[in-house]
Design a protein around this ligand. Structure first.
Ligand SMILES: Cc1cc2nc3c(=O)[nH]c(=O)nc-3n(C[C@H](O)[C@H](O)[C@H](O)COP(=O)(O)OP(=O)(O)OC[C@H]3O[C@@H](n4cnc5c(N)ncnc54)[C@H](O)[C@@H]3O)c2cc1C
Length: 458
């Protein structure tokens, strides 16, 4: 595989805008994405043959979605676009790719921009591995990509903008939710409001979702404490929680979706050796990059949710910035005015992000101590909270990687992408220390499962 000067991982809004800037500068970047069609998470495309229009699929974001899709289509002749291609490792400047057919290759670009996005952040609950229970993102994907509802009596639970958005999208699609259970409360909302008002239109949208849901008769609870998903093991049948007054309640359902905002996809940055720092508001470790996306690893740039969790607009801004940084570092001319405007825009979006994080805090720290021992935390390896606690208490694990070595938490197919943050909270609670002190699961290659048979390099 011949190496181009510029390579981008991720064809979401961040990666596509980076490709656009590079192509406009006369470069021909390679753009690799494991998905079948560009657009990333928010602007995910429906499968071929589906005919819903952009307004139905993307709502208020339809114009942006169409713009991003059109940009990628227009770029196709000018870039080397590789859909269905996974970047599975990054070490010593070498990026390892593999496509759907199992063809593998190694690239050594002068500049690599990683815009790998984010995944749902979850916290386990008794019964959460039963059929019929989805993450919020997965419930949205079922609706957006497959035009399917996850049930006919659905409860949505968690915290963050996706909670009300996905519930509202289900209502709009005709699958009205039974209830929305929010772990955050009014006091949290007030804490984040000032910073969230830097984007008043987005706040108004959120209020509209809540108003529409209320009018539709959806039960809305805030400040709740999740207790359990109920069911006989073959299907979810209800959600148990404590309301804001401490009263225990149960809502029957045949589908449930839950999640607490997002978790940055940062394994490739980790494998490359980028330093991480704990972000106290987002309550997770993030790879460190400057405002342009430059990292401490020469030639490696980060953009989008994988480094800043500032949403799709932030991903577009940062994708462009990372491309400008890469061009500048390779001695190509860049438009200083455009860079300055993007830096201002992105700073505003980060302020909004901090407001959202304060308004919808991750409840992992408050839930970790009470999670029953028998609850599965790592579903790949079926490690329970009790096993994890014993690794800390009886075997002396002082941080998450040692706990992983001792009890296999985070060692399975997903490489800790779903259990890593919850596991850290449980370790921290058991040790009686702040979660920032117990570290983060180190990334390991392959970042996703690989086909077992690999053919020769394409
Ligand atoms: C499930 C989910 C649903 C969301 N829904 C909404 C919503 O409705 N509204 C909203 O405002 N925001 C939503 N968000 C947030 C929004 O999607 C992001 O803010 C935005 O898409 C970030 O853009 P990005 O370019 O950084 O990453 P993404 O759009 O996530 O794109 C990243 C791309 O990188 C690819 N990728 C990742 N790792 C690799 C790898 N190793 N090799 C190859 N390709 C790789 C992925 O396939 C993906 O296409 C959602 C996020 C998630 C996770």
């Amino acid at each position: 595989m011949a190496t181009p000067d510029f390579v981008i991982v991720g064809a979401g809004p961040g990666g596509i805008r980076a490709a656009e800037v590079l192509a406009a500068a006369g470069e021909r970047p390679l753009l690799a994405d494991e998905g079948h069609a560009g657009g990333g998470q928010i602007y995910r495309r429906q499968p071929e043959g589906f005919r819903r229009d952009a307004r139905t699929l993307y709502g208020t974001e339809a114009d942006k979605a169409v713009a991003v899709h059109r940009t990628l289509e227009a770029l196709r002749p000018h870039i080397d676009y590789r859909p269905r291609t996974l970047a599975w490792a990054l070490r010593d400047g070498e990026l390892h790719l593999i496509d759907e057919a199992g063809r593998a290759g190694v690239l050594r670009p002068k500049a690599l921009i990683v815009a790998a996005g984010a995944t749902d952040r979850i916290f386990p609950l008794p019964g959460w591995t039963q059929p019929g229970i989805y993450t919020l993102g997965a419930a949205q994907i079922a609706l957006k990509a497959q035009a399917m509802a996850i049930g006919s009596r659905i409860v949505f639970m968690g915290a963050g903008p996706l909670l009300y958005l996905v519930a509202w999208q289900y209502w709009k699609a005709g699958a009205a939710p039974v209830a929305v259970l929010d772990t955050s409360g009014l006091r949290d909302r007030l804490r984040g409001l000032g910073r969230m008002l830097s984007r008043p239109a987005v706040v108004m949208n959120g209020l509209r979702y809540i108003r529409d849901l209320r009018r539709a008769g959806v039960a809305l609870y805030s400040d709740i404490t999740p207790l359990a998903f109920e069911g006989d093991g073959t299907a979810v049948a209800g959600v148990r929680f404590r309301d804001s007054r401490g009263q225990e309640r149960r809502i029957a359902c045949d589908g449930a979706a839950f999640g607490y905002h997002l978790r940055a996809e940062s394994q490739l940055a980790d494998l490359a050796g980028v330093p991480f720092a704990f972000h106290p508001l987002l309550r997770q470790f993030l790879p460190q990059a400057d405002a342009m996306g430059r990292t401490a690893v020469g030639g490696l740039y980060l953009a989008g949710d994988g480094v800043q969790l500032a949403g799709a607009d932030g991903a577009e801004a940062m994708g462009r910035l990372a491309a400008f940084a890469a061009l500048e570092d390779l001695g190509r001319p860049v438009d200083g005015k455009a860079v300055a405007a993007l830096l201002r825009q992105n700073a505003r979006l980060r302020r909004f992000r901090d407001g959202v994080a304060a308004a919808f805090p991750w409840p992992g720290g408050r839930l970790a101590g009470d999670l029953p021992d028998e609850t599965i935390v790592c579903r790949c390896e079926e490690v329970t909270a009790g096993t994890l606690r014993r690794a800390v208490r009886d075997l002396g694990a002082p941080e998450v990687n040692r706990a992983k070595a001792l009890c296999r938490v985070g060692m399975g197919r997903c490489q800790g992408r779903y259990c890593g943050l919850a596991g850290a909270e449980i370790v921290a609670a058991e040790l009686g220390r702040p979660v920032a002190d117990v570290g983060r699961l180190r990334g390991q290659a392959p970042v996703r499962p690989l086909p077992a048979i690999v053919e020769s390099a394409p």
